[in-house]
Design a protein around this ligand. Structure first.
Ligand code: XMP
Length: 320
């Protein structure tokens, strides 16, 4: 049983001192590696790990082909300014191949997990001789996985999987006792800029969590373009998280006077504190109309845009 540290009771400075000590003790004079996606959790772990290990922590950004527009360059340049070198690893083909032909949500998540931990990280760990992977698993990830709701990509021990047996390296999870609101406090105390610690959450399986049905390079590109619009138009709403989801079923539409049996984008925008429960943001209708208009105008093949007004539970935040 993991003992929760709530954001209210968290003393971020003391937490950082404790974790730096724990990471140092675990890694000794060895090398560790960590994957930075630019999200709050992995950004915070990157800063924590560098404070503990300096250059003995090797930070990589895995370009899995499922990330948002321009994400690799943005993240690498932000961390360069913070004094952290980020190696961008091109693994696009590996992920797309692993996802080929899979439509079941949990099978998709499993394919991502295997590709990430066995193939890509297995290789990186062998090359770098690191024995430890530092990662930003948080308590909400564990809760939902253990409850059997969603297999979060980064949870093992609680499922009875020993990473050392399964992958050949150990995993250190300094954030496992906190939730998103706590991570933000720690990230801020570590000197992350607001654009990093206030960033909306983005899931490990990235845009593949937002494609219902088959994941192909083309369908990822469609949801990527819709994501640019949704994030741009909803960034000042103060919402916890917002996203575009590409549906599998088509609907009849029309374009240039012709029948167009087109695709559908669902928009979700959530109010939440810690992602355990969430309610749809009461967006002004004009905002929703603008989002729909822009998506239909700019994203090829979309003829329908809907807004989800269900709460979590029974919905979950991501569609997959
Ligand atoms: P759900 O969809 O389960 O999402 O209501 C709760 C929060 O977790 C994020 N999420 C993930 N984060 N790995 C992660 O690190 C995952 O596999 C994953 N799946 C969902 C989601 O974006 C939301 O903030």
């Amino acid at each position: 049983m993991i003992k929760e540290i709530t954001a209210q009771e968290l003393d971020a400075e003391q937490f950082i001192l404790d974790k730096v000590k724990e990471i140092n003790e675990a890694v000794g004079d060895g090398i560790a590696i960590n994957a930075l996606s630019g999200g709050v959790d992995s950004s915070t772990v990157t800063m924590l790990g560098h404070r503990a290990l300096g250059d003995r922590l090797k930070t990589v950004f895995i370009e899995n082909g499922l990330m948002r527009e321009g994400e690799a360059e943005q993240v690498a340049s932000l961390f360069r300014e913070l004094g952290v070198t980020v190696d961008v690893v091109d693994a696009r083909q590996e992920f797309l191949t692993a996802l080929e032909g899979i439509t079941d949500p949990e099978e998709k998540r499993e394919a991502i997990t295997q590709t990430f931990y066995v193939e890509v990280f297995g290789r990186l760990v062998r090359e770098s001789e690191a024995k430890y992977l530092l990662q930003g698993t948080i308590l909400t990830d564990v809760d939902e996985t253990v409850a059997g709701i969603k297999r979060q990509h980064n949870v093992f021990e609680q499922l009875g999987i020993d990473p050392e047996d399964a992958f050949g390296y150990r995993i250190i999870e300094p954030l496992i006792q906190v939730r998103k609101d706590g991570v933000r406090k720690i990230g801020q105390a570590l000197g992350l800029p607001a654009e990093a610690f206030e960033r909306i959450p983005f899931p490990g399986p990235a845009l593949s969590a937002r494609v219902i049905g088959a994941v192909t390079a083309e369908r990822i590109e469609t949801v990527r373009q819709a994501t640019v619009i949704v994030e741009q138009l909803l960034k000042d709403t103060g919402a916890f998280q917002y996203m575009a989801i590409l549906h599998e079923d088509r609907v009849t539409g029309m374009r240039d006077g012709q029948r167009d049996f087109g695709q559908q984008i669902e928009v979700r925008c959530w109010d939440s504190i810690d992602a355990r429960t969430a309610t749809p943001t009461k967006l002004p209708f004009e905002t929703l109309e603008r989002v729909a208009r822009e998506i239909i105008l700019k994203v090829p093949g979309i003829v329908s845009v809907t807004y989800n007004i269900a709460s979590k539970p029974p919905s979950t935040i991501e569609a997959i």
